[in-house]
Design a protein around this ligand. Sequence first.
Ligand code: URA
Length: 297
Amino acid sequence: MKTQNINHAFLDGVLEGKYPDVYYHFGVSSDDPILKNFKDVKAVIMCGSGGRIIEFADKWSKMNKNKKIYALPKEERFVTRYCAGVLFASHGMGMPSASICLQELMRMIFFLKDGNLDEMDKVFWARVGTSGGVGLEGGTVVVTTDGLMADLKPYRALNGGLGEYWFDGRFPVKIAQDIIDANCDSGIPIAMGKTVAGNEFFLEQFRLDGAVCMENLQSKMNWLNWIHKNGVRNIEMEGAMMAGYLNHWGFSKFAMICCTLLNRLNGDQVTATKEKLHTYSENSGVVLFNYLKKTVK
Ligand code: URA
C-alpha cells in the first residue's frame, strides 16, 4: 500500500499510546478490550441495513464451524458484527452516513494492524447493496468498475478555501473480475459497469415520483440515456465516496456488489413483490459469499 494520505498527525499518537481513538458512532475506543478479538480481520463488509449485517454474520459463522460472533455495543447508528476474520458493519443510507462509518472503520483497521501498511493492504473491503438498474432488469447483480456522482464526475467535498477536493472513484477491476469468476456457476445474472452514487434517492436519481420533483419525463430520460451511453449500469448512493476514500489511503482490494431492484429505463417506483425483493437482495449476498469463501481463509 503506497500512500502519503493517512492522517498520521492524529493516528500515530493513537499507536504511541498518547491517547485512544474514539470510534464514537460505534460506541468503542481503541483501548476497549473487545477490539483484541478483531486483530485478525481480513475483510470489512458494509451494507446499508443493520438487519442484513446480522444475517450476514450468522451465515458466515455457519460457514466457519459456528465461530463466535462479537457485537460492538452501540447500535443506534451502525450495527456491527465480527466473526472469523470478517468485520460486518451497516452504514445507513447515503454518503453523509456511509462516510462516517467508513472513516471510523479505516481508523479502526489502522489501529488493528498497528499502522503496518502491508497488513492493512491485505484487508478486502466491500459494500453490498441495492440499486436501480440502468438497462438491467431487477435481480441483476452489478459489480462496479467506477463510482461516479450524478454528473459523471468523481466524488468531491468542499475544502477550507471553499474549492473542492476530488477523489478517485475507480474500483480495482481485477477484484471485480475475480468476483465475477467466483460466481460463474451461480446462475445469478451479473454485470460489470460504472455506478452513479446519487446524493438523493429522488432528486439526484432524477425520479418523477418524489414529493419534490424538478424533472419531467424528457429531462429524466435524457439523463438516464446519457449515463447509460457512458457505461453506467446502476445507481445507488454510496459507491463514489467509498472508492474515493479507500483510494485516498491506497487500499488495493475493494469492491461494490449491488443487486438491481428495478430497471430505471422503465420507471421510478420499486414495485417488485416482497418475495422478489428478498431474492434480489439474496443475490448480492450469494455473490459476496462465493467470493469470500475463496479468498478469506
Ligand atoms: N437504491 C437506490 O439508491 N436507487 C434505487 O433506485 C434503488 C435502490
